[in-house]
Design a binder for this molecule. Structure first.
Ligand SMILES: NC(=O)c1ccc[n+]([C@@H]2O[C@H](COP(=O)([O-])OP(=O)(O)OC[C@H]3O[C@@H](n4cnc5c(N)ncnc54)[C@H](OP(=O)(O)O)[C@@H]3O)[C@@H](O)[C@H]2O)c1
Length: 225
């Protein structure tokens, strides 16, 4: 069965996830970091696109000792399975996500990925081949489901979120909106990619919760199916 998918992102008041140079910026504070850590800790896996790995080099580990302890008590690894969507296996072999802290990793590639790079990756991660040109997200989620992943958090960026939204694969979205304006028409937003041309294709949401947090606001949405 396909996993339940929860997207989480922090954006500026003008809807940007980072700068035009795709440089990571601090948008939220400690309270939101702790919420994101708890959310991650509640999931079986956490996914990012290769653009985020190349821009931010995240480790995607659970940070709080309390959350790690609770995961151990539940009989799971301290960290959720870390998943990178990377059609051509561009991920650097020394990326933090492949090395920092123990745990399982999955790199999803397409059939056009270089076989030598895929072979090198296999010593560091489970490689899933799904799709011909880019990663087929429906097939990938089916494969993740078959690996026992039933709750998947997606930490960005805007291109992979757009792909998942377009494919109707997202169930819930958390957006923290911070008190800064980043600006720049080409700076990443929540759902980049080609966009929907027709109103009938728009992804419709239901607002579940609005919470004032630190100097911003947390919005929690469910996706209408
Ligand atoms: N504020 C936040 O919460 C937050 C969170 C995460 C990231 N970010 C920011 O977001 C930026 C990175 O975002 P991004 O949009 O450049 O990259 P991304 O969404 O992380 O990764 C996109 C890449 O995934 C690959 N991909 C493979 N199959 C795909 C498919 N079916 N659909 C969509 N993508 C697919 C494509 O590269 P290939 O063709 O090479 O496979 C694509 O370019 C960075 O600036 C980062 O700092 C912000």
């Amino acid at each position: 069965m396909r996993p339940y998918v929860i997207v989480n992102a922090a954006m500026s008041a003008d809807g940007k996830l980072s700068t035009i140079q795709r440089r990571q910026v601090k948008i939220s504070g400690q309270q939101d970091f702790a919420r994101v850590d708890r959310l991650k800790s509640s999931c079986d896996a956490v996914m990012v696109g290769i653009g985020t790995v190349l821009a931010d080099d995240p480790s995607l580990t659970v940070k709080s000792d309390e959350c790690k302890k609770r995961r151990r008590e539940r009989g799971t690894d301290e960290h959720p399975v870390r998943v990178v969507v990377d059609s051509t296996a561009r991920i650097p072999l020394d990326a933090s996500i492949l090395h920092k802290s123990p745990g399982k990793r999955v790199v999803a590639v397409s059939a056009r990925a270089d076989q030598k790079r895929v072979a090198a990756l296999r010593s560091l991660a489970t490689v899933i081949v799904a799709g011909e040109e880019e990663v087929d997200l429906v097939r990938l989620l089916d494969e993740l489901g078959a690996l026992g992943i039933s709750r998947l958090m997606v930490e960005g960026g805007g291109t992979i979120i757009a792909g998942l939204v377009s494919a109707g694969l997202v169930d819930e979205i958390y957006t923290f909106i911070g008190n800064i304006i980043i600006g720049g028409k080409d700076a990443p937003t929540l759902a980049d990619g080609p966009g929907f041309l027709d109103e009938a294709e728009f992804c419709r949401l239901t607002l579940l919760e609005v919470r004032r947090m630190e100097s911003g606001v947390l919005l929690h949405w469910s996706v209408n199916k």
